[in-house]
Design a protein around this ligand. Structure first.
Ligand code: ATP
Length: 140
């Protein structure tokens, strides 16, 4: 469904995306393998669940294919990030957005089917520089 989002990985990056989407009226499912992270997110998303996104059965049981857009906000565990993107595309998720830690990670994410790869540190650095060059342009 178009306005339904799932965010996998509820660290600072994933949770800030999930919160913003939820605040703007979207349905957001938060997913984390860590029970504490999933619990902490309860108040900021429509629903949050504990699940391992590298497990195809877990993804199926939370009905992940019904979400139009899934954000994979796992960074440090590169293997889990890549495997999750691969499984989500295999399960038929329309749009998969994934966070990359570095260029090579980003290239692999693209190869396994990510529709949009974001590099939070790099992109934020560019944004800060833009802000310094043209301080009158408010872009946040
Ligand atoms: P951030 O930089 O966004 O704060 P972080 O430093 O906590 O993140 P990451 O390794 O990027 O570390 O993990 C982000 C979140 O993804 C964590 O809450 C972690 O529990 C979750 N996560 C890691 N692997 C999986 C997985 N296989 N399935 C679901 N969630 C996972």
């Amino acid at each position: 469904m178009a306005d339904q989002f799932a965010v996998i990985g509820l660290g600072r990056f994933g949770l800030s995306i999930a919160k913003k989407l939820y605040e703007s009226g979207r349905d957001v499912l938060g997913v984390d393998v860590n029970e504490e992270r999933a619990d902490e997110a309860q108040n900021y998303v429509t629903h949050s669940v504990i699940a391992d996104s590298t497990d195809p059965e877990a993804l199926k049981s939370i009905g992940i294919r019904n979400f139009d857009t899934v954000i994979v906000a796992i960074g440090n565990d590169i293997q889990a990030s890549i495997l999750s993107v691969l499984l989500l595309k295999e399960l038929g998720v329309n749009k998969v957005i994934a966070k990359a830690l570095n260029k090579l990670h980003g290239e692999v994410l693209k190869k396994v089917g990510a529709d949009w790869v974001v590099f939070p540190e790099r992109d934020m650095g560019i944004r800060v520089a833009h802000q310094l060059i043209s301080p009158k342009v408010l872009n946040f």
